[in-house]
Design a protein around this ligand. Structure first.
Ligand code: FAD
Ligand code: FES
Length: 282
């Protein structure tokens, strides 16, 4: 389905918010799900998690980090521009417990999908503790929105410019040492989710991560999003994207994410060249 960008906003350096008109997706979207977009006819398909939705307005919000060719191209679009295809909602919605103490851990742009889930968990009567982390204070996003749906909120920055000087996992370890927690949900870079799994493993607290392998079709047909969970092959697009963190083979996930580094670098280089030559974006 072709969609129009209603709002495009740079929230932090290289971190952009995109609100698109997609009434059919908004009607069904639930926390934990994602969309796949293709900017134009020649574009690649990329998945983005649903960070927010408004069923009445018929809109979907995604937040993305410009890391390569397609996300840079997306960052160059403006309100009023069109996107050729938006498919979704895809993947399984997050499983929402009741009357539980849940710690959410959001790293980088992972904070946005954490907001969407934390809001749903809070509405279902859970006690929500959120830990939000970034490399530096300038890269923290949606702090106020997350605070509004959390009973407690902790901030960490790698360089100490705001909140705890260190990693989200330092605060998580302190919380786990002090009190009873029923569940931990972590969304962010693969390396962060892996460390969260290591921190919660000794106590056996149920830990859920949202996996981000390379995806193409998003419907279980192409096999590109293959992950191994509990020794079994799964497709993150249809079996996930959320899985039991203690069962995930993170080494495989991280090596598959890096499989096309050379091609990705070349594609970005060509894109920059095209922009300089005035060809741009095809
Ligand atoms: C279910 C899911 C939800 C996601 N949600 C978000 C989100 O909300 N915000 C956000 O910033 N990013 C999200 N991502 C990651 C995002 O899709 C990639 O950053 C994007 O595809 C990179 O494309 P590129 O051309 O800009 O960069 P490239 O240079 O092509 O790739 C940069 C890195 O991004 C990853 N990547 C590349 N292509 C894909 C692909 N088709 N699918 C998945 N990963 C890819 C690889 O690790 C690669 O090394 C999500 C990924 C998945 C699987
Ligand atoms: S993206 Fe093709 S099988 Fe999951």
């Amino acid at each position: 389905m072709a969609c129009t960008i209603l709002r495009k906003e740079e929230l932090a350096p290289d971190i952009n918010l995109l609100e698109i008109a997609a009434p059919m997706v908004a009607r069904k979207a639930r926390a934990g799900q994602f969309i796949i977009i293709r900017i134009h006819e020649w574009g690649e398909r990329i998945p983005l998690t649903v960070a927010d939705y408004d069923r009445d307005a018929g809109t979907i919000t995604a937040i993305f980090l410009a890391v390569g060719k397609t996300t840079e191209e997306l960052a160059g679009l403006a309100s009023g521009d069109g996107i050729a295809d938006v498919v979704g909602p895809l993947g399984n919605p997050a499983e929402v417990p009741r009357d539980s103490v849940v710690v959410f851990v959001g790293g980088g742009v992972g904070v946005a999908p954490v907001f969407c889930e934390a809001r749903e968990f809070k509405r279902a009567g859970n006690r929500v503790i959120s830990i939000l982390g970034a490399r530096t204070a300038d890269l923290l996003i949606w702090e106020d929105r997350l605070r509004a749906v959390s009973d407690e909120l902790y901030i960490t920055t790698d360089d100490g410019t705001k909140g705890h000087h260190g990693f989200v996992t330092d605060v998580l370890a302190e919380i786990l040492a002090e009190r009873e927690v029923d569940r931990v949900v972590a969304i962010g870079p693969a390396v962060m989710m892996r460390v969260v799994a290591d921190v919660t493993r000794p106590s056996g607290v149920k830990t859920i991560v949202s996996l981000n392998p390379i995806m193409v079709d998003g419907t279980g047909m192409c096999g590109s999003c293959r992950v191994v969970v509990d020794g079994k092959t799964m497709f993150a697009c249809v079996d996930g994207p959320e899985f039991d963190a203690h069962q995930v083979d993170f080494t495989l996930l991280m090596s598959r994410l890096a499989a096309y580094r050379e091609e990705e670098a070349l594609s970005l280089e060509r894109f920059h060249g095209e922009k300089t030559d005035g060809v741009g974006g095809k």
